[in-house]
Design a protein around this ligand. Sequence first.
Ligand code: SF4
Length: 328
Amino acid sequence: MDKRVGITTTIPVEIIYAAGLKPVDLNNIFITSSTPGEYVQQAEITGFARSTCAWIKGIYSVVLHQGPKRIVAVTGGDCSNTIAMGEVLETRGVEVIPFEYPKDRSHESLLKAVENLMARFKVSWEEVNRTKERLDRIREKLRELDRYTYESNVISGLENHLFLVSSSDFWGDPEAFEAKIDELLAETNKRPSLADGIRLGFLGVPPIFTDFYEVIEQKGARVVFNEVQRQFSMPLFDTEDLIGQYLSYTYPYEVRARIDDIRKEVDKRNIHGLIHYTQTFCHRQIYDIILREELGLPILTLEGDRPGKVDTRTALRIETFIEMLRGV
Ligand code: SF4
């Protein structure tokens, strides 16, 4: 039996693990595959419009070609395209289980959504809470990894991104994931502090560019804050119960919560400037207006469309932005 359950974004994975199954974040499979561009193309051949976001097309093709026969599709609090994409997958024989972060961000509504998902996977609160304890131990180590990125400066922006973005599914194998974090943390004892140049914060959905962090570092800057990826790791919420944890998670709710979180982290991490990454054809691009008005720090807004390396124009814009910050 295939134990994998595809997920379209971060969900309470405690439920999937408690059911003895293996969550796999479809975005991560898509972007780390050897042919992400082909996945996008295949979806377009099927009939997905050019004007549909590449992530949606990518995860659609991943499900068809790599297989999980069951997915949890987040239909509220993430992306409205997921609803239609899920319906197409259903016609292809995939079991699509909806999960919705409630718009009102209330305890009552989220509890209901979580318990519906628990009923679907036939797990009890006792099993879910036991799983949460196990995952929280790993989340604590991710917090340390994050601290090493901005405090002792021994972990790169790319490493920070890769580990935090993977905390949506813990690689489907929490033991292996934890062992890799332990290995990295142990290795940092021997590392010199990374040169402290311009310190950047990265806002928005994870980049579709495959060499984004390398380009930043080549230009003499470092990302010391990955906003959304950090949120995937549930950074502040270890004392709360499961519902509290997923209410504190900022990404699926109003932008106000994100702004408060970003402000705190910008101060703590001594950040010089922010890069707001937006995805072509994504409604979240509109938040750029509020982020610029509210954050009071230089912001470079970038847009990525299809998977691949950073294009020359974007690389030049990054370089100019870093130069500008150097001159501030
Ligand atoms: S980038 Fe935007 S449009 Fe694309 S899947 Fe994510 S939320 Fe949806």
